[in-house]
Design a protein around this ligand. Structure first.
Ligand SMILES: [Zn+2]
Length: 116
């Protein structure tokens, strides 16, 4: 992303701070919605495409205040790939996990509708 001039020759610069345990770059330090604290959590995500659904767990930055979830750029890209595969009925990288249903048209409670 940055246009900083990294030079390979400057590798021997002294490190006066403990260099971390390979921590991922965090795109935001605070929640962009409410300014709350973010913490990394595994969250469940549902992705839909062409009437098919994939559920998965994903590492996300979750706001402790409002619950906003932030995903890294490559995760968002993967979501798009998965949705595209679902639309194209390419299921080779997925495995079946039960069946998904919608309600019948004639469900007695009129407030409940099937998803198309
Ligand atoms: Zn928030």
């Amino acid at each position: 992303m940055g246009g900083s001039n990294h030079r390979l020759s400057s590798r021997s610069r002294s490190v006066d701070r403990l260099e971390g345990e390979g921590k991922e770059m965090i795109p935001f330090e605070k929640c962009p919605v409410c300014g709350g604290e973010l913490s990394v959590k595994k969250v469940e995500k549902l992705l839909r495409g062409g009437g098919n659904t994939v559920s998965l767990k994903v590492d996300a930055e979750v706001c402790q205040h409002c619950g906003e979830r932030l995903y890294s750029e490559d995760v968002v890209k993967s979501f798009e790939e998965i949705r595209l595969k679902l639309r194209k009925q390419e299921f080779t990288q997925f495995r079946p996990l039960g069946q998904s249903f919608t309600v019948d048209e004639k469900w007695p409670n009129k407030a409940i509708h099937p998803t198309p």
